[in-house]
Write a protein that binds this ligand. Structure first.
Ligand code: ADP
Ligand code: MG
Length: 214
C-alpha cells in the first residue's frame, strides 16, 4: 500500500489542498522534522495493519508542539506494539480547522468504468449512506448537482447558524479529480478515497487519502 504522505504528495501535485506535513522514522526525528510546522499538529502512524488508523489508535489530534508530537509517537509506538503492529514510520501534519467532513472517492465500476463519489464523510459515511455518484468525467454543473442532492446539503450551506462552507472550492476539487484531465484518467493506477475532506468557510482540504492499487 502506498503510504498516506505519498498519496497526499501526488494530490498536492494535482492541485488538491492537503495539510503541510513531514515524515520521520521515530520520535527523535519527529522533534526535529516537525519544527517548521504550525500547531496544533496531528500525528499518524503508517505501515502494515494500519488501514483504519483511528481504530488502532494510530491518530492523535491537537498536539501543541513538535516535542509533544515526538512524545505522542513514543506512546503510540508502545500502544501499537501491544497489538502486534510495528509502524514503518510516522506522519506529522498541521491540523485543519473544523468544518464539515466529506468523503470523495474515485472508483472503478466493473460495468460502467470510472465513477466519482461524494457524500458526508467520517463516521457519517457508514451511518448515513448519503452519497452521490456520477460517471467520469464531470463538469462543474455535475459537481454542484451531486452536492445539492445530498441529504447533508443543508450542513454545507449553513445549518442552524453555522457558517456556510466554501461550496465552490468543493466543486473545483471534484472537477479537478473527476473532470477532463483529472486524476480519474490515471485510474489504471487504482482507486482513491479521500475521507475526510474537511470543508469550511475558508476552503477545502483533504486530511486523509488512501490509494487502493488496481
Ligand atoms: P483513519 O481514517 O485511517 O482512521 P484519518 O487520517 O482519517 O484516519 O484520521 C481520523 C480523523 O482525524 C479524521 O476523520 C479527521 O476527523 C481527523 N483528522 C485527521 N487528520 C487531520 C488533520 N490534518 N486536520 C484535522 N483533522 C484531522
Ligand atoms: Mg480517514
Amino acid at each position: 500500500m502506498i503510504p498516506e504522505h505519498e498519496v497526499k504528495a501526488r494530490l498536492r501535485d494535482f492541485g488538491v489542498a492537503v495539510p503541510r506535513g513531514v515524515t520521520a522514522d521515530g520520535p527523535p526525528g519527529i522533534a526535529e522534522a516537525a519544527q517548521g510546522l504550525t500547531p496544533p499538529l496531528v500525528l499518524k502512524a503508517h505501515g502494515p495493519g494500519l488501514v483504519h488508523k483511528s481504530d488502532a489508535g494510530a491518530v492523535r489530534l491537537g498536539l501543541a508542539s513538535a516535542a509533544d508530537a515526538a512524545g505522542a509517537a513514543a506512546e503510540m509506538r508502545e500502544r501499537l506494539a501491544a497489538q502486534g503492529i510495528t509502524p514503518e514510520g510516522f506522519l506529522v501534519e498541521e491540523q485543519a480547522p473544523p468544518g464539515v467532513e466529506l468523503i470523495v472517492g474515485l472508483v472503478r465500476d466493473a460495468g460502467f468504468g470510472p465513477v466519482v463519489l461524494t457524500g458526508l464523510g467520517g463516521v457519517w459515511t457508514e451511518v448515513m449512506r448519503d452519497t452521490a455518484l456520477r460517471l467520469c468525467p464531470i463538469g462543474e454543473a455535475d459537481a454542484r448537482e451531486m452536492l445539492a442532492s445530498l441529504r447533508g446539503w443543508a450542513l454545507l450551506t449553513g445549518y442552524r447558524g453555522a457558517p456556510a462552507v466554501d461550496v465552490e472550492a468543493l466543486v473545483k476539487l471534484l472537477v479537478r479529480l473527476a473532470g477532463h484531465g483529472g486524476l480519474w484518467e490515471e485510474l489504471d493506477l487504482g482507486e482513491f478515497e479521500l475521507n475526510p475532506v474537511i470543508a469550511s468557510p475558508g476552503g477545502v482540504i483533504a486530511v486523509d487519502a488512501r490509494h487502493l492499487p488496481a
